[in-house]
Ligand binder design. Structure first.
Ligand code: ATP
Length: 496
C-alpha cells in the first residue's frame, strides 16, 4: 500500500540533485520517479505544470546545458544526429554496458552504436561532455491506401542529449559539433564501399580490388609523387573555386600491357575512396548514352577512359563498334568535348584517368595540361618492384637468389604481371624463385635469338628482311621494340 512517507521529500530530492552536479537529465529521471509514484492521485495536466516549473527551477541553478539532437526534424533527417551516431561508435568505453550491432547488406564492417539510456563521456579541448541516447514513443498516423483509412501506430523516436558546462556553449556549437561532423565524415569514408560503374553492367558492383599503393610495384619516387598529388588535389576545394577552375584532375597512365595500369587505378580508388566509372569508348552506342553516363557520374569519382589509343583508331573507324541506331558515331573528340564541358562543370572532386599502351600514338593536343595533368609511366619490372612483388606473394624481404634475379631483371624486359603469374605457381619461396629464374632465362634466350641477325644467302645484311624470318610467335614483342628502336634511329639520322 502506498504511503506518503515512502515518497522522497523535496529536500532529499534537492540534495540528491546537488550531489550529481545539478544535471538536467538527472532531474528528469527524478521527476519521472516522482511522477510514477504520484501518478495515482495527481492529474496529468497538473503533473506537467509541476514538472516544467521544477525543471525551470533546477535549470536556473544548474551550470549544465543540454542540447537535444533529434533523429529527424519533420520529414528530413538530422545530419548532426547521424554524425553523432557514427562518431560515438568510435568513443565506446568499457563502462558502456549495452551496444546495438547491425550490418547493412553489402557493408564490410559491423556498425556499433550505443543503446538507449547509455552514456558516453567525451573530452575535447579541456571540456567534458556527456552524450546520452534517449528514446521516446510517438504516435504516428498514416494513411492505409488499401482501406482508405488512417491508421495509428507507435514509433520509436531517438535523440541524443549532449550535456556540458554552460560556459562552453559557444565552443560546443562552433568547434565541437563541427569537429564531430568532420570526424564522422572521415569514418564514413573509411567504411565506404567503393562502387564500379560500367556500361556493360546495369547496376554498379562493389569494387573488391585489393590493390593499394603498398602492393603496387612501381618506381617509388613516382609513386610518392602521385600520392602527394592526390593529397594536394583533395584538399584544394577553396583553391579551385578561387581560381575559377573545375575541381578535377587528369592523369595519363601509359606503359606496356601487364605493368599495372588497372591496378594503379584501383589503388587510387581505394586510397581516395572514390567510385570508378569505367568507360570503354567502343561499348558506347550513342552520344546520348555517353551524355547519360557522364551526367550520372557522382562527385568524388574516377572516370576511366581505357586504351585511348584504340579510341583513336575507333575514331578512324578501325576498332569497330560505337554506332547508334541513327549511325551517329561516338568519337574520342566528342567524348573529350563532353568531358571538358558538361562533365567538368556539373560536379566536384573528380578525377579522369586515361590509359594507353602507346603514348607515342597520342595527339599532343590530347596530352595538354588541364586534361592530363600528370603523365605516369608504368614500366617493366625494376629490381625494386621485384622486391615488392616478392614480399606481396611470398612474404620474403630477402633471399640468396635475389641478386641473380635482380641482374636478370635488368637485362630482360619482364612485366610485373608475368612475374606475378610465376609467383602464383607456388607458395614455397625456393620453388617460386627457381621457377622465376627459369622463366627469366628462357625470356633472355628468346630475346637474344630475336636480336641475332639471321644470315641467309641473298638477304645478308638486310636487317628488315632478316626480322621477317623470325618466328612471329616468339619475337612479336621483341620485334616491335626492335622496330621502334630502328624507327627512332632512322628519325635521328634524318634530323641530323
Ligand atoms: N605494377 C604492378 N604491381 C603489382 N602487381 C601488378 C603490377 N602490374 C601488374 N600486376 C599484376 O598483374 C595483373 C594484371 O595487371 P594490370 O591489369 O593492372 O595491368 P595493365 O597495365 O592494366 O594491363 P593492360 O594494359 O593489359 O590492361 C594485376 O592484377 C596484378 O596482379
Amino acid at each position: 500500500m502506498f504511503s506518503l512517507s515512502s515518497m522522497p521529500s523535496t529536500s532529499s530530492v534537492l540534495s540528491t540533485y546537488t550531489t550529481f552536479a545539478a544535471s538536467a537529465m538527472l532531474v528528469r529521471t527524478i521527476l519521472n520517479e516522482v511522477q510514477t509514484i504520484t501518478n495515482q492521485f495527481i492529474p496529468q495536466k497538473l503533473q506537467d505544470i509541476l514538472s516544467s516549473k521544477l525543471e525551470g527551477l533546477f535549470g536556473k541553478f544548474s551550470d549544465q546545458l543540454t542540447l537535444i539532437i533529434e533523429q529527424s526534424e519533420g520529414f528530413s533527417v538530422n545530419e548532426i544526429y547521424q554524425a553523432a551516431e557514427l562518431y560515438l561508435s568510435t568513443r565506446i568505453t568499457p563502462s558502456i554496458q549495452q551496444l546495438r550491432v547491425s550490418q547493412a547488406p553489402g557493408e564490410k564492417s559491423l556498425s556499433v552504436t550505443i543503446n538507449k539510456g547509455q552514456k558516453v563521456v567525451d573530452t575535447f579541448e579541456g571540456m567534458q561532455l556527456t552524450w546520452e541516447l534517449v528514446t521516446s514513443e510517438k504516435q504516428k498516423t498514416s494513411l492505409d491506401y488499401d482501406s482508405g483509412l488512417y491508421a495509428s501506430e507507435t514509433a520509436e523516436h531517438k535523440s541524443f542529449h549532449l550535456s556540458f558546462s554552460k560556459i562552453f556553449k559557444d565552443k560546443v556549437l562552433n568547434k565541437y559539433l563541427p569537429y564531430v561532423a568532420e570526424r564522422s565524415k572521415a569514418i564514413k569514408e573509411t567504411k565506404k564501399v567503393i562502387k564500379l560503374y560500367s556500361l556493360c553492367a546495369a547496376d554498379a558492383i562493389n569494387l573488391d580490388h585489393p590493390s593499394t599503393f603498398d602492393t603496387l610495384a612501381m618506381d617509388p619516387v613516382l609513386k610518392q609523387a602521385l600520392i602527394d598529388d592526390l593529397d594536394r588535389f583533395v584538399k584544394r576545394r577553396e583553391f579551385y573555386s578561387r581560381v575559377g577552375k573545375a575541381w578535377k584532375r587528369g592523369y595519363l597512365l601509359y606503359g606496356p600491357p601487364g605493368t599495372g595500369k588497372s591496378s594503379l587505378i584501383a589503388a587510387m580508388a581505394n586510397y581516395l575512396k572514390f567510385d570508378i566509372y569505367d568507360m570503354e569508348l567502343a561499348s558506347l552506342r550513342s552520344n546520348s548514352d555517353l551524355r547519360r553516363l557522364l551526367v550520372s557520374t557522382g562527385n568524388r569519382s574516377i572516370l576511366v577512359i581505357e586504351d585511348i589509343d584504340c579510341s583513336i583508331e575507333l575514331e578512324n573507324r578501325q576498332c569497330g563498334g560505337g554506332y547508334d541506331e541513327n549511325n551517329s558515331q561516338v568519337t574520342l573528340s566528342g567524348l573529350l568535348n563532353f568531358v571538358d564541358g558538361l562533365w567538368s562543370s556539373c560536379g566536384d572532386e573528380r578525377i579522369i584517368v586515361f590509359t594507353t599502351n602507346y603514348k607515342e600514338r597520342l595527339d599532343p593536343a590530347l596530352l595538354r595540361p588541364g586534361r592530363m595533368d600528370m603523365h605516369i609511366h608504368m614500366s617493366y619490372l625494376t629490381p625494386g618492384g621485384f622486391k615488392i612483388l616478392a614480399f606481396n606473394y611470398l612474404k620474403i624481404k630477402s633471399h640468396s637468389m635475389f641478386d641473380e634475379i635482380e641482374e636478370l631483371i635488368k637485362e630482360v624486359e619482364v612485366t610485373p604481371a608475368e612475374v606475378a603469374e610465376e609467383f602464383m605457381k607456388s607458395e614455397d619461396a625456393d620453388v617460386a624463385l627457381n621457377g622465376l629464374v627459369d622463366f627469366l632465362l628462357r625470356k633472355k634466350e628468346q630475346t637474344m635469338k630475336c636480336e641475332e641477325p639471321k644470315v641467309d644467302e641473298g638477304t645478308q645484311g638486310n636487317e628488315e628482311e632478316n626480322e621477317s624470318l623470325k618466328s612471329e610467335e616468339d619475337c612479336t614483342g621483341q620485334k616491335r621494340n626492335n622496330v621502334n628502336k630502328k624507327k627512332k634511329k632512322k628519325k635521328k639520322l634524318k634530323s641530323f
